[in-house]
Design a protein around this ligand. Structure first.
Ligand SMILES: Cc1ncc(COP(=O)(O)O)c(C=O)c1O
Length: 414
């Protein structure tokens, strides 16, 4: 592990040959296209944009910066709905004995299906975006939904879930406490849990969720083709429990094997469970505890998802943990584009990877990491803007009022 004056730490993983067996099994192009065909049927589905920021790329000294912009996916402000909706689809297909086929969305929403599967209630814990996606998908399919949030969840996030018809239960403690509580209550009430994190004997639904995220990557690959690129050379991906990171990194390894892009996982320094797992270096997932006090609400997770870790431990090239000001800076960089670059709305969890990359390219103290990752003028770097303005009050506090400033000693005046 290396610490810098910026309190940014990183761990490099020196795989000689990567074990990509699990990635190939779970995240093949075939799996990805199954998810894509499902999402295409959802009314209102469109590809999210892949935005190029050529002037920022020149400023930072790389060949290209590409942002898969999920800020308005299905008008829900985040990529999360891709996973939740696909898991509900798969779950219903399984109940109906239809796995292995494509099932029309309209059929799953029909009374005939309700007669066959009964009045299911879907439940999940969330730090905001996943719950909103599940509530939205359950409502579209005509099922009830209960979402557990932790006590620090902002009222804006809770309202967004309620506006999609779900009942919201507030739990004392942090996100991990909400996960544990919903598991207990679901058993008592006979609810079906649609969790993005896995645990012992609960992996099928979290796997479907990760596979649902693959739609985004098939789109990105198509969009890269459109600008004459076969693949990015680097991918920076943010992580809470690690499901998003595992699906992105797993997909690129399933597709390109040992020639996959260099993949860097970024977490908040207050909730670095994957970083802690990499640091322990014993192959097992490790939790971090405490308040998980970070502005990156979507990444405030102390327990890694074991199946996600099984992918990441064998494929990620580096793990970084960064303070909140790095995410806030990323939000401001997106919101104030260089002349000619597009404007991108990015929330705290969405922007942290750009902030981390900017730090690597701008701080002399991180030059060793820049070299180790091979970031130079030939690099084509992919970011996933995983959320837009999901908490408008906090968004304005950061962008308008300058909350979470970069400490003065780290300003770039060189
Ligand atoms: C906006 C956003 N980005 C990234 C993530 C991280 O996803 P995961 O928990 O799968 O690592 C989340 C999770 O909720 C999120 O809401």
């Amino acid at each position: 592990m290396t610490d810098t004056p910026q309190e940014i730490s990183w761990i490099l993983r020196n795989h000689t040959v990567k074990d990509i067996g699990l990635s190939t099994e779970l995240f093949s192009m075939k799996q990805a296209m199954t998810a894509r065909r499902f999402h295409k049927q959802i009314p209102g589905y469109r590809m999210s944009p892949l935005q190029g920021l050529p002037n920022l790329a020149t400023m930072f000294g790389v060949g290209g910066i590409w942002v898969k912009d999920e800020s308005s996916r299905l008008q829900l402000n985040s990529f999360k709905v891709l996973g939740g909706s696909f898991a509900l689809y798969r779950y219903l297909q399984k109940q109906l004995g239809l796995l292995g086929e494509d099932t029309p969305f309209a059929y799953l929403a029909s009374d005939e299906v309700k007669e066959k599967v009964g009045n299911l209630v879907f439940a999940s814990a969330t730090d905001g975006n996943h719950g909103r996606g599940i509530a939205w998908a359950a409502k579209k399919l005509g099922f009830k939904c209960v979402i557990y949030v932790h006590a620090e969840t902002s009222s804006r996030r809770i309202d967004a879930i309620k506006s999609n018809g779900a009942k919201v239960v507030i739990v004392d403690g942090n996100y991990d406490d909400a996960v544990r509580q919903v598991a207990i209550d679901a058993k008592i009430n006979g609810w079906t849990i649609i969790s993005d994190t896995s645990w012992d004997n609960y992996t099928e639904i979290p796997t479907w969720i990760m596979q649902g995220y693959l739609t985004m990557l098939t789109e990105a690959q198509e969009q890269f083709g459109g600008v004459g690129l076969v693949k990015p050379t680097h991918v920076f991906i943010q992580a809470g429990v690690g499901a998003l990171a595992a699906s992105v990194i797993g997909f690129y390894h399933a597709l390109f094997g040992q020639d996959a892009p260099k993949c860097i996982v970024v977490e908040p320094d207050q909730a670095p469970c994957l970083f802690a797992s990499a640091l322990a270096d014993d192959g097992k997932p490790h939790s971090v505890t405490g308040a998980l006090d970070t502005i990156m609400a979507g990444l405030a997770c102390g327990d890694p998802s074991p199946i996600a870790w099984d992918i990441l431990k064998n494929t990620a090239d580096a793990f970084m943990k960064v303070p909140d000001y790095v995410a806030a800076k990323g939000m401001r960089v997106y919101a104030t584009p260089l002349n000619g670059d597009p404007f991108i709305i990015s929330g705290e969890s969405g922007a942290v990877t750009l902030g981390a990359f900017a730090s690597i390219m701008q701080y002399p103290e991180l030059v060793e990491l820049k070299k180790a990752l091979g970031l130079d003028e030939t690099s084509q770097v992919l970011f996933v803007n995983s959320e837009g303005n999901t908490d408008p009050v906090h968004f304005r506090q950061i962008i308008w009022e300058g909350a979470n400033p970069v400490p003065k000693q780290y300003w770039i005046n060189r």
